[in-house]
Write a protein that binds this ligand. Sequence first.
Ligand code: PLP
Length: 421
Amino acid sequence: MNLQERDQKYLWHPLTQHKLHPKHLAIVKAKDALLYDEEGNTYIDGIASWYTCMYGHCNEYIINKVTAQLGKLDQVVFSGFTHPPAVEMSEKLMRILPKNQQKIFFSDNGSTSVDVAIKMALQFHFNQGEKRNKIIALEDAFHGDTFGSMSVSGLSVYNGPFEDFLLTIDRIDVPNYENFEHVKEKFSQLIATGAIAAFIFEPLVQGAAAMKMYPAELLSELIEIAQKNNVVCIADEVMTGFGKTGKYFASDFLENKPDIMCLSKSLTGGIVPMALTTCSQKIYDAFYDNEISKGFFHGHTYSANPLGCTAISAGIDLLVSKEMKANSLRIQEKHAAFNQRIHKHPKVKTTRQTGVIFALDLNIKMERYGNLRDQLFEFFMKNGVCLRPLGNTIYVLPPFITTDQELEKIYDVIEKALEMF
Ligand SMILES: Cc1ncc(COP(=O)(O)O)c(C=O)c1O
């Protein structure tokens, strides 16, 4: 039996109806932008394995740093203890985060970083004797699959069984130049109730909502309104963080900075799972007290795992390097040139780009996880390109080190795919 067959005996895959999709491709190796399956076929990883391996798979620089750390300190409790990788990482990260971010809290994945942010925001008010029990989130948002992050996610097609157990959320439309006055009015009215503890958003790009993009200046205006009313603003940069938008963080495009930021995915360059929730001094100060109960009693066993912290530090070294910046610009230019080639194609409805994220909507209706979408996915894979369409949206978010040749292959296969319909 090959791996694909053995997989079926015990393994339960994420976001999968196993009766309809029993087979999972076995990937046995990855290097740079390439994935290798058990039969030796290669695939260009056009989505950086869910936006994680932005510096390339099995990046030697990161691996060497993590391997060296592995021989020194593997794991230690982070409550009551600290260690060099955590301290060094914090100093490096502070150099690239928006200046108002001052404290770093650890967890293990994007969803938990959002749960931590929500709990921080709720307790921020609680500690000051204010009862605020609602959160504003955007329509079509996706923030993860734990209860807190699922509550603020608007993309809840499959959340039916849990809806009665979720937090209380008010939703506003994603702002654009047409609806902004209306959105702003609703937002201000909600805030005027005094019940809103936090406003959470994916800045600039809503990833799971098929790379929906919206203007920084409109979001910034909403943040201003929120912050004037002491509403905690949470930027979920799990997807957008670490250079994907063309700056280190999407929040760098905002005039008004968030109070809290959620980071994961390419935080460790895809080497190990880890997540951070960072916050401003103002948030931290609301927990800093002689009373123990005002502290933040949230903790994960693997908080600040030394290997994860080392991978983050190494990833930041790469992110700020001249080489990676040049690569990012190169990809942005290649995407823009591809856009010129494709945007008038009769099968293409719209295209959009932010940084190295490029997306196009087909002129064809497709279910998010329907047959047509599956056919498209299979076509890409058969042609050696790993792209996962979201409904009728095809998007490309390649590792920064993807070569021009590999990019051209991705674009060519997309163009060929348009002939399928
Ligand atoms: C913006 C955003 N937030 C949170 C998450 C959840 O992250 P994780 O899958 O690591 O729990 C995702 C995952 O795609 C995401 O895109």
